[in-house]
Ligand binder design. Structure first.
Ligand SMILES: [Zn+2]
Length: 207
């Protein structure tokens, strides 16, 4: 029998120790949304937390802790205590963000999430169009996001805001459970290029 403890020490997928509690709130709740954006909580996609629900998630790779010892179980007092403390701690330490900071953070999260999806292949570009924006991957494939889809037109603007005046930012991204360094650069007005730093980029220049 394994000894049960309240909170997992680390993520078994990526070894990160940033384990955060899952909360079943609505993203329309400002406080919940802000905490989620800051990686202080994860959102559980079920209506009710019942026995067997995963309640801990990794802030770095986004995986839920599925180890049986850490699934919700009302009879496990250590688990419940640690979980409730973690939720309370997150809520008590809520950092309220200005609208500008919020836009940058949302922009960063979009860049990171597209990077998880498209940076496998070393490089991709985001290009603003009149309709919205599109993603061009290294092999020339285009993914278009139009303003009437679920992706609002302004998401490109938020990513651009994140890059700030200097026009470039480096960030970590988990790709296939490995941490990679990415660099996003505004290469022209309305054009953002994202590259992996760990792969030599002699052919990285894009017309
Ligand atoms: Zn992880």
């Amino acid at each position: 029998m394994r000894t049960k403890q309240g909170k997992p020490d680390k993520c078994k997928y990526c070894d990160s120790t940033r384990i955060i509690p899952g909360v079943n709130g609505s993203p329309s709740d400002n406080e919940i949304y802000t905490l989620k954006l800051q990686d202080k909580i994860a959102l559980i996609g079920c209506f009710e937390i019942i026995k067997g629900c995963a309640i801990w998630a990794c802030a770095d790779c986004g995986e839920w802790v599925q180890d049986e010892a850490y699934l919700y179980d009302e009879s496990n007092s250590e688990l419940i205590q640690a979980y409730e403390d973690a939720v309370k701690n997150a809520v008590d330490n809520l950092e309220v963000l200005s609208e500008t900071e919020m836009r940058k953070l949302i922009g960063f999260r979009f860049l990171r999430s597209y990077s998880r999806e498209y940076l496998d292949d070393r490089i991709f570009e985001l290009v603003k169009t009149t309709e919205s924006f599109l993603i061009k991957t290294a092999d020339g494939t285009k993914h278009e996001f139009v303003s009437n889809s679920l992706i609002p037109i302004d998401y490109f603007g938020m990513m651009d805001d994140y890059l700030g005046e200097e026009g470039t930012k480096e960030f970590a991204v988990w790709i296939h459970k490995k941490e990679r360094e990415a660099v996003a650069t505004r290469v022209a007005s309305g054009k953002i290029q994202v590259k992996r730093k760990d792969i030599a980029s002699s052919e990285g220049q894009s017309p």
